[in-house]
Design a protein around this ligand. Sequence first.
Ligand code: SF4
Length: 353
Amino acid sequence: MQVNRSLAQSVRELMPGKRNNGPNDRPVSFWKEMDRISGKPEKTAVVIFRTRGCSWYNFSSCSMCGYFNDVSDSVTAADLRKQVDFVLDQIDDIKSIKVFTSGSFLDPLEVPPEVRNYFMETVGERMSRVLIESRTEYLTGRNLEGIGRYAGTTRIAIGVESTDDSIIANSINKGTSYNKFLDAATTARKMGFETRSYLLLKPPFISELSAIRDVVRSVSMVSAYSNDVSINPMNIQRNTLVEKLWKNGQYRPPRLWSLADAILQSTDFGTEVVSYPTAGNRERGVHNDEPDANLLELIVQASLNQDFGELKRYFEGADLSAYRQELEAEAAQPYQVDFHRMANKISSGSFFI
Ligand code: SF4
């Protein structure tokens, strides 16, 4: 595994020191949304448990990850059990749930095994599908033993981000590698778990054209190890390296056209491809120069139904000449810049401050 130590240090310097963003006995958030983790569109509960956070925070963080803004160093196992009880009161007749933790549900230091089992025995037992997230290092046979026996099926979401180890190390600072993903996914699938692979569209320091190519190539490489692939376009989170670059005009989140393009090029690799963008059509999320609610909705509906026909027609019927020119111009620069943001900074005088 490669680690770029100076990148890791730059990310680390932006992270807040003490982290106590309570209340410790309530999840960070709980809501319901549509997804298709059981193979059809259905209402799905989503919980973000407040934990002590990702083990990677002890060293650094991924360059785009600001989930440390939600964690609390003082969360106890008793607090986590109360958070599980909170979820139990809210789920009604829901049959699928996605569990996020600002880290790894399978990290025993973040979610102690007794809490993990309590969740599975109470909430998990009532579900036909449970999706949990984990870094690759926790997907070992020993750590996975026993988890699968509760819910109908458990899908483990793995943040692959890219299959290019240089991007993983020098852009994302993930602290893992493509081979580690292969080992982890193979272990999980042999034990009867499903897997969802997360891929990141447009990590920093690479052009948007390269980012599209990277995602499409990555989908082709992870598809045999994934029940579905979620393409996650960058969204700008607080206190991250990506936020710093963005504020300086050195990074622009990807265009919606690019997300549509990446999805449409990835539908024939034998796995389901979904994308439910965070902050879509907003300044901090995936957006074209002009907001396009229609395009965003087509992406979400295509993801839910796995029918890409309408999205394809919309994409192919659009005049993309200005968009393509912008991408070519961006790719020709030695450094990635957000032209519009840079121009605004220069005209307001703030660029030189
Ligand atoms: S592994 Fe996940 S939770 Fe941990 S720093 Fe990276 S994106 Fe954030």
